[in-house]
Design a protein around this ligand. Sequence first.
Ligand SMILES: [Zn+2]
Length: 278
Amino acid sequence: MGETIAPQEEVSAIALASLATLAIIGGVILYKWLQYKAYDNPLLAHSFLTSSLNIKQKEILHKYFKFYNYLPKRSKDIFEFRVAKFMSLRQFIPRQMQSVSEEMKVLISASAIMVTFGYPRVFLSYFKYIVVFPDQFFSGAGQRYHKGEVNPREKAVVLSWRHFVEGYASSEGVNLGIHEMAHALQLENAITNHEFNFIDEEAADYWQRLTDLEIAKIRNGDISFFRAYAATDHSEFFAVCAENFFERPGAFAGYNYELYNCLKRIFRQDPLMLYKEL
Ligand SMILES: [Zn+2]
């Protein structure tokens, strides 16, 4: 009897082990898929986006970052996850100072995540280095003092901390962090890597046409909502518009809704609605 039962038991044990292995593999695949979906799904975010910020880091956001405070609870989970991930992908390099503090890391990362919040899988990955100076710095490239710059050759975003903080002290449409991250976003979109060509091309083309009109207006000396520096070139115009889009969306939309609306399509988000909701 034993001789006939034993092979059957062996077969069913193997079948059971195979089933268990399949179930585990299936479970892992399902978990990874849900985690991927959770990047832009507030309902899944809380359960599946686990590598988030610690309490101290969340307090920094809560204390200083208006955009984060206006987000609905579930979107806050996504924001925190994205800030944590952005930080983990970066090397923060202090210049002319001892170290880059936790506060600096969190708030600089939060600026990048605010600008990219409409793109759940974009982390500006090309720019591996964030270089922080205490104040304006002499730029070898421009042979003059800069408050910030994005340097694709060095894969770096460079910032003066003093000017970064000043940007968030008021909402007048001047914000260094937003400005440089907007440059980084445009460059990331143009650089061939896994984060490439994500901006809607039709919106980008339309943006170019609207840009020409507004730059001509500034150069003619006509009244414009934007500071004169915006007329430097297309990329500076985009960065200055981004500052206004996130800092004073109501006034921007009131000045030129077509321009604001096009930027909404480019950033895939609407700060005006966000600030209205509370
Ligand atoms: Zn610029």
